[in-house]
Design a protein. Structure first.
Length: 72
């Protein structure tokens, strides 16, 4: 399954908001430096879907705010 994610880094709190079919807005506390925000997004999605982090990968947009994420 592929989902489209709009990420807000350096937010006040971590949260996942589903805005449509396979579209999510995610806020993470970590800054968008050295991949910290991407790691936080993967960790938050793993918790949201109750799956291991190893099943989640960013396939498009690792350095962009909008990302395509694949969940196996």
């Amino acid at each position: 399954m592929k989902i489209i994610v709009d990420v807000k880094a350096s937010a006040k709190e971590n949260k996942v908001l589903e805005v449509g079919n396979n579209n999510f807005k995610i806020s993470v506390k970590e800054p968008a430096k050295e991949g910290k925000a991407n790691e936080a997004v993967i960790k938050l999605l793993a918790k949201h879907f109750d799956i291991p982090k190893s099943r989640i990968s960013i396939v498009l947009g690792p350095k962009n705010r909008k990302k395509v994420i694949e969940i196996n």
